[in-house]
Design a protein around this ligand. Structure first.
Ligand code: C2O
Ligand code: CU
Ligand code: CU
Length: 428
């Protein structure tokens, strides 16, 4: 389960030790990978303005490291190229920037080892809190942090990847919410706030709460300007959602994963038509009137006319051996693929000519989605992962502010990342 740590402020220090653990998952005993013996890893909770140090200790029998996904921090602190040998440790210190309140997460980033280490259990949630969290009616909402992670167990271990799994991305047979299959949460009537991380290596979730609208108040590392009501929300690997559900009376709610085909060809999804039950909420208490916050934050529109750089990122793949590419190239950590200037705005077209969706992720610098196949994005938000559907182009706008250095961008289907679908951007 998620155990919040209670650090002293304004300097917070967390220790995260990657280590194997034999535990029981969905009634089966298996050896998985954990941070601090917790599966998923402990919730790290800080406030805007806090100076945060995360000490990573590697007690695995292979190299690993830690990436604090989505947090606006200097590239030399993120340093995902640097790996930590077994028995060694590495620290990451950053200031939780004002305005960065939101949901983040951590996971390994040692190239070619990310998929397996994450699939076997290494990930955990991070929350940065700010003024909006203290504002009514959000402050008194019942909050649940849900880490979605799928896994397949076999003979007391996590099942290995097979050839095909590397192409499509492996979807585990057990779909877990925190460490449990179909957990039941007891919650009171009133506003329910669900903060969801897709910590799966490849599985997409098309989320719905039975009979309710999802009131989206945040995505990835930030709030929206105002709640946006949706029937269902697609959450790709690496994305996070901050949702309010209006629960006015005692009832039972189901969090469902509806079918979504991330590739129109090949084997279809294992999700039943009516949806797969992820978790239940048993609501008790007296009927209660609820209201939504009318306004959350400003998400200033970006003036694309001021953009000084334009780039095209094109996804690709080759067979035999199976490899994934960006702009025709396999990842090479010693090569700079793209450059940008600090204090400029750039517009990037992410082009996916393939028959399969790919979630695009950029480190350090949050971006806004401008359009999908020329159609304007449905709402303005600061994002760090965006789905690029099969045969589609997504246009994003990225203000490069504050930090210089080398940052990575990649597909967040981790099999694809490990097989080369990643590049380096040098901001100077
Ligand atoms: Cu969540 Cu470069 O990763
Ligand atoms: Cu990241
Ligand atoms: Cu991909």
């Amino acid at each position: 389960m998620n155990m919040p740590l209670h650090p002293d402020k304004p300097t917070c220090t967390f220790n995260l030790t990657a280590q194997p653990l034999t535990t029981t998952i969905a009634g089966q005993q298996a050896e998985v990978l954990t941070y601090n013996g917790s599966f998923p890893g402990p919730l790290l909770e800080v406030q805007e303005g806090d100076v945060v140090t995360v000490n990573f200790i590697n007690k695995l029998n292979e190299p690993s490291n830690l990436h604090l996904h989505g947090i606006f921090m200097a590239p030399e602190v993120d340093k995902p190229h640097q790996v930590v040998k077994p028995g060694q440790s590495l620290s990451y210190t950053f200031e939780a920037q004002p305005g960065s309140a939101g949901m983040y997460w951590y996971h390994p980033h040692a190239h070619r080892k990310v998929t397996r280490q994450l699939f076997e259990g290494l990930s955990g949630p991070i929350i940065i809190r700010g003024a909006v969290d203290a504002m009514e009616p959000i402050a008194s909402a019942t909050e649940k942090v849900l880490v979605l992670h799928d896994i397949t167990l076999q003979n007391g271990k996590v099942a290995p990847h097979k050839g095909m799994d590397w192409g499509k991305g492996k979807e585990g047979e057990l779909v877990l919410v925190n460490d449990e299959q179909q957990p039941v949460f007891s919650v009171p009537t009133g506003l329910l706030r669900l903060r969801i991380v897709n910590a799966s290596s490849a599985r997409y979730y098309n989320l719905q709460v039975s009979g309710k609208k999802l009131q989206v108040i945040g995505m990835d590392g930030g709030f929206l300007e105002a709640p946006v009501a949706l029937d269902a929300l697609l959450l790709t690997p690496g994305e996070r959602a901050d949702l309010l559900v209006e629960v006015t009376q005692a009832e039972e709610l189901q969090l469902l994963n509806l079918p979504y085909k991330r590739t129109p060809v090949g084997p279809s999804t294992d999700t039943p038509e009516e949806g797969l039950l992820l978790a239940k909420f048993t609501v008790t208490g007296h009927p209660k009137a609820v209201s939504l916050p009318p306004k959350l934050v400003e998400v200033p529109p970006l003036d694309l006319a001021t953009a000084t750089g334009r780039k095209t990122i094109t996804f690709g793949a080759s067979m035999q051996p199976l490899q994934f590419t960006i702009n025709g190239k396999l990842f090479d950590q010693h090569r700079t693929d793209l450059t940008a200037k600090v204090d400029t705005l750039e517009v990037w077209d992410i082009v996916n000519p393939m028959m399969m969706d790919h979630p695009f992720h950029l480190h350090t610098f949050p971006f806004q989605v401008v359009s999908i196949n020329g159609v304007s994005a449905p709402f303005r938000a600061w994002k760090d992962v965006v789905n690029v559907p099969a045969n589609s182009t997504v246009r994003i706008a990225i203000p490069f502010t504050t930090f210089k250095g080398s940052v990575m961008y990649h597909c967040h289907i981790l099999e694809h990342e490990d097989l080369g679908m990643m590049g380096n951007l040098q901001v100077t």
